[in-house]
Design a protein around this ligand. Structure first.
Ligand code: GLP
Length: 243
């Protein structure tokens, strides 16, 4: 793990955007994975700004989403598809064939999740994957207890998020909702990982992720074992580290 402590959240965004630009420039048909949430939303804005200012050519790049809310239409404002479309894909004019998302419904999740991972491999494999950090240490929708060796799958959502999505989409309690996500094994297969964390609410989890034991109880701790993982932290997120 390469830990990069920065002062402000804006510096985290800029640094992450530069790493994304480097990956786009390094391989014409680069494959780049994106996450959604408060942390990564402003990274995407910084990247769009950087591309507009520099004229960087993204026309060969494939972007894909790390995870998605299963069981609601992808046009729902809180769906990862819609968030990424609004934040990065739309503003940069990325064509649909260069934007891959996991399915929101399926009669065979195992088959369809494996097909998604195979498509990433067919395009050359994942060059760079951006990650946010759940406060309970989750990565994507891989909650504590998810197997390190697991591939893409339909997982459960954490209760607070499920409750919010049910409320916002009017999804009744009997209709199943889930989080479809790359598995921890798939995440570890990316050539390069960049995890960003900002704010005091992440500080305790950041400390466990970096200084604690590698354990399935804290999915993000597996990143200690990745050969090329960069962790970008603002001052608050890094404030509990003892180093
Ligand atoms: C959700 C997403 C994750 C993301 C996490 C962190 O759970 N499924 O991929 O990393 O939120 O979100 P935030 O950056 O808003 O804290």
């Amino acid at each position: 793990m390469r830990i990069i402590p920065l002062d402000t959240p804006e510096q985290v965004d800029l640094q992450a955007a530069k790493l994304m630009a480097d990956a786009v420039a390094a391989r014409r048909d680069a494959v780049i994975g994106l996450s959604t949430g408060r942390t990564t939303g402003s990274i995407h804005a910084a990247f769009v700004k950087l591309v507009r200012e520099s004229g960087l050519d993204c026309s060969g790049t494939t972007f894909f989403g790390l995870d998605e809310v299963a069981g609601v239409p992808r046009e729902y404002a809180g769906a990862c598809y819609t968030m990424l479309k609004n934040e990065l894909i739309g503003p940069l004019g990325i064509p649909e064939e260069h934007f891959l998302m996991l399915p929101v419904k399926s009669d065979n999740w195992e088959r369809d999740c494996s097909a998604f991972v195979r498509e990433l491999e067919r395009r050359g494999g994942v060059d760079l994957l951006f990650l946010g950090l759940g406060e309970n240490g989750h990565l994507g929708f891989n909650q504590p207890g998810s197997p390190f060796g697991g591939g893409a799958w339909l997982s459960v959502m954490y209760p607070e998020l499920e409750e919010r999505i049910r409320r916002e989409t009017g999804t009744p309690a009997h209709k199943p909702l889930g989080g479809v996500t790359l598995g921890l094994k798939d995440i570890m297969h990316a050539r390069r990982l960049v995890l960003a964390a900002k704010g005091l609410s992440k500080a305790a989890t950041v400390k466990k992720m970096i200084e604690g034991p590698v354990t399935e109880d804290l999915p993000a701790s597996v990143l200690q074992l990745h050969p090329c993982c960069t962790v970008l932290l603002d001052r608050e997120a890094a404030s509990n580290l003892s180093l």
